[in-house]
Write a protein that binds this ligand. Sequence first.
Ligand SMILES: Cc1cc2nc3c(=O)[nH]c(=O)nc-3n(C[C@H](O)[C@H](O)[C@H](O)COP(=O)(O)OP(=O)(O)OC[C@H]3O[C@@H](n4cnc5c(N)ncnc54)[C@H](O)[C@@H]3O)c2cc1C
Length: 209
Amino acid sequence: MAYYLTRHPAYAPRQYRISLVEGTGIACGASGKAGGFFRDFSGEASPLQSFAVASLRQHRELNALLDRRRQTRSAGAVVVDPYLFTHTLMAEAEKAGVRVVHARVTGIECDGERPKAVQTSRGPITADTVIIAMGPWSGQASLLVRLPYRIPVSGYKGNSILMSPLNPVRPQCLFIRTGEGVDQEGSNNGSEIYLFPRHNGQVYIWGPK
Ligand SMILES: Cc1cc2nc3c(=O)[nH]c(=O)nc-3n(C[C@H](O)[C@H](O)[C@H](O)COP(=O)(O)OP(=O)(O)OC[C@H]3O[C@@H](n4cnc5c(N)ncnc54)[C@H](O)[C@@H]3O)c2cc1C
């Protein structure tokens, strides 16, 4: 998000000061541990389809930034190393003027309905606009500030393993369906296991808990 803010036509570093407050480390959460898999879900009735198409398009636009050798491609899909991907975007955002503050957000101070400052473990940061991007912790934002609504974001359990096989694996993603059912996102995918080979020879495996 910080990266895209700096790409907005109205962004001028002298006029707008953007601070990204991270409590643990860049890409320490889902963004660094994900499968890094993009596909367009074409032909599937998925509630995520328009979102997936948009993110695949954005990814193609980012090709100039991302080293193509760090991606695995198979028909209609791309696999990136999400940790490298996030750090690459963050480095570009920093080059464009974003300041990274390594601190925990402890509160958001408001003047009426407008934010005034973000309270952090390293002191307050003056702000007239605040974006809550706490990933699966976003639902806890109501502990930081009084919100007129609940943010319906939370986490659910799954397993992911990163393996380094001795022999090279072909650059093809594998989806294994082991049963029928509705998962916690409401998709009718039963128990699925995904295998994504990466550019560096590693294989990412994801499965339900
Ligand atoms: C195992 C797994 C596999 C996935 N695979 C894919 C995939 O293949 N393809 C795909 O498109 N998506 C995938 N996803 C989903 C995708 O990774 C996430 O939707 C995305 O990374 C969320 O990004 P985020 O920035 O919102 O959250 P995160 O990356 O989790 O970042 C949230 C950050 O907020 C910080 N934070 C929280 N509270 C505070 C606080 N009070 N103060 C300061 N900082 C705070 C945390 O430290 C963390 O760094 C996967 C997710 C998981 C968990």
